[in-house]
Design a protein around this ligand. Structure first.
Ligand code: IPM
Ligand code: MN
Length: 349
């Protein structure tokens, strides 16, 4: 396995470039410490770039990005760009075109972090949400009829084929099988969405029975899972769900682990035929951009996920320890540059 990793860096908008710098400094320091090479190449794609040039993500850029081992993305979204243009044209386009069919979102309470939940400790919140990342309500199947009239119709369909469902569930089963508790909770709505989640439910049970008998299977309706994520998060080990439900429940999960400043994610193509992309769950936060206020921890956590994905497990584990030590000892009120300096001090021991 090569230990030279070529990373495309899309800092993006708002606080994106600020937190990206901190995260990649930390990753670079791990490269020096553990003897691998990170080659970083900056890409300008963002809302600001779109306003300047009219490009969101053209075919040449997309082809070029395919040559990298991974993509690191800070955050995109610009107040002067109409909602949807950058989200669909850049972020979702990358997820779809690079077939990053898994969105992996750990929900983990680090030491010293205040959860809004009562009486919880880090032992109570430590699970992973596997969000399907290319289909469902995000497929873009639908349209308008009689648009603008009083009888107009708008349709947006939840579309899944068996292949999409099966590859997502297989990834989740493999992840659950690799963890000590070996428990996989599928989240759906089988009582109302009786076509789509009937398919999910059948594949879940068939696959579990045939290929993963060692994994304990559980099922939750999406509304009930929100209740348990608040009331009893300790019951979860690995959770798997559809794209839209995953989008919603991971914001709730992020809040329970101390907020968006603490939530990391990986958009993963497990086949590795195209690069995977790592990004903090938070957005570009234009209201605090350029003020040195952004918390870079979610970005560092996302860099940790990237190192793990690149096969640099020791460096990733060591980075994780530093994150935990940082959260255990430092207040959340530090500025971005103060956080960065403190973090690097802890990381370098
Ligand atoms: C996320 C975001 C995106 C999503 C938006 C920005 C398109 O909310 O990564 O969770 O809906 O997936
Ligand atoms: Mn979201």
């Amino acid at each position: 396995m090569s230990r030279t990793h070529n990373i495309a860096v899309i800092g993006g908008d708002g606080i994106g470039p600020e937190v990206t710098k901190v995260a990649l400094d930390a990753a670079q320091s791990q490269a020096d410490k553990y003897g691998f090479t990170l080659n970083l190449t900056d890409f300008p794609q963002s809302g600001a770039h779109y306003l300047k040039t009219g490009e969101v993500l053209n075919d040449d850029t997309l082809e070029n990005l395919k040559k990298y081992d991974a993509i690191y993305l800070g955050a995109v979204g610009h107040p002067d760009v109409k909602p949807g243009i950058i989200e669909k044209g850049l972020l979702l386009k990358l997820r779809f075109e690079l077939d990053q069919y898994i969105n992996l979102r750990p929900v983990k309470l680090y030491s010293g972090v205040d959860s809004p939940l009562k009486d919880v400790t880090p032992a109570d919140i430590d699970y992973v949400c596997v969000r399907e990342n290319t289909g469902g309500l995000y497929s873009g199947v639908g349209g308008f009829n009689m648009k603008g009239s009083k009888d107009e119709v708008a349709i947006q369909s939840m579309v899944y084929n068996r292949t999409q469902v099966e590859r997502c569930l297989r990834y989740a089963f493999e992840l659950a099988a690799s963890r000590p508790r070996k428990t996989l909770a599928m989240v759906g709505k089988t009582n109302v969405l009786t076509y789509v989640f009937d398919l999910w439910d059948r594949v879940f049970n068939e696959l579990g029975e045939k290929e993963f008998p060692e994994v304990k299977r559980e099922y939750y309706h999406v509304d009930a899972v929100c209740m348990f994520m608040v009331k009893d998060p300790a019951r979860f080990d690995v959770m798997v769900t559809s794209n839209m439900f995953g989008d919603i429940v991971t914001d709730l999960g992020a809040e329970t682990q101390g907020g968006m400043g603490m939530a990391a994610s990986g958009n993963i193509n497990p086949t590795k035929s195209t690069p995977s992309m790592f990004e903090p769950v938070h957005g570009s936060a234009p209201d605090i951009a350029g003020q040195n206020k952004a918390n870079p921890i979610a970005a560092i956590m996302s860099a940790r996920m990237m190192l793990e994905f690149l096969g640099e497990q020791e460096a990733a584990d060591d980075l994780d320890k530093a994150i935990d030590k940082y959260t255990a000892t430092q207040p959340l009120t530090l500025s971005t540059t103060e956080s960065a300096a403190k973090f690097m001090e802890i990381l370098k021991g």
